[in-house]
Design a protein around this ligand. Sequence first.
Ligand code: NDP
Length: 252
Amino acid sequence: MSFEGKVALITGASSGIGADAAIHLAKLGASVSIVGRNEIRLNAVAEKIKNSGSPVPLTIVADVTKDAERIVDETIKHFGKLDVLVNNAGIVGQDNVTTFDMPEFDRIFNTNVRSVITLSKLCVPHLEKTRGNIVNVSSIAGLKAVPNVLSYCMSKAALDQFTKCSALDLAPKHIRVNSINPGIIKTPIFKTVGLTEEVAEKMFDEYKSKYPLGRVGEVSDTSSAIAYFADEKSASFLTGILLTVDGGFMLA
Ligand code: NDP
């Protein structure tokens, strides 16, 4: 698989799944435009990419809920085109029907859904020129009910319909749209809902037995699935697919 000569825009590339996907696509030859709000962490990812001898990345310190236009403009201005959009930036929150808080719902939907629609719309004219594609990073939480993560589950379910509907809408333009729906992947996201590293590690360990393949996921698992969909050869006839990357968890 080679992404030589390709340009990929990856949101939420300052941490976890997005950071590893950017490093992976760059190793495969892609010029990557990486987006996140935390400049220090984003620069650390850029350094890793440069140090591995991959094409020099473009770093864009930006908020996907506010700066979509600038993100796309800077990418096109710098690289001149776009082949792949990875809508990965996402946040999780804890709520249920009794604790529901509308501002928190808006915060989650603004990041996980609205920014994806806005960015995708802005990228369509560029992806049409390259017959490119979009990979959305959803979750098994879009497919399955999980207690106490109501807004997050709803946001990922909405994202999944966005993937399927926009795959149909964009097929005449030869733009493919697919989604990966990971199970638990070891990333810092669990810290953002207040879990210490120790508690998160304990949870990963407890979940091992619930995952048929005997472990929870690593970022390398999501990166290879993202690259698979993004590759015009491997996935040329695939669009509107929601691919669970979960070691068989949804089957068990
Ligand atoms: P992390 O918390 O490690 O990374 C989240 C990334 O999103 C960071 O780079 C963060 O950057 C970025 N981000 C969040 N909000 C914004 C914003 N408003 N503007 C720009 N960037 C933003 O989480 P993961 O890597 O685990 O999660 C990535 C995606 O994978 C999410 O969509 C998540 O829902 C999904 N997922 C994760 C699973 C897991 O178990 N880890 C399971 C299933 C799905 P910064 O803070 O610098 O802005």
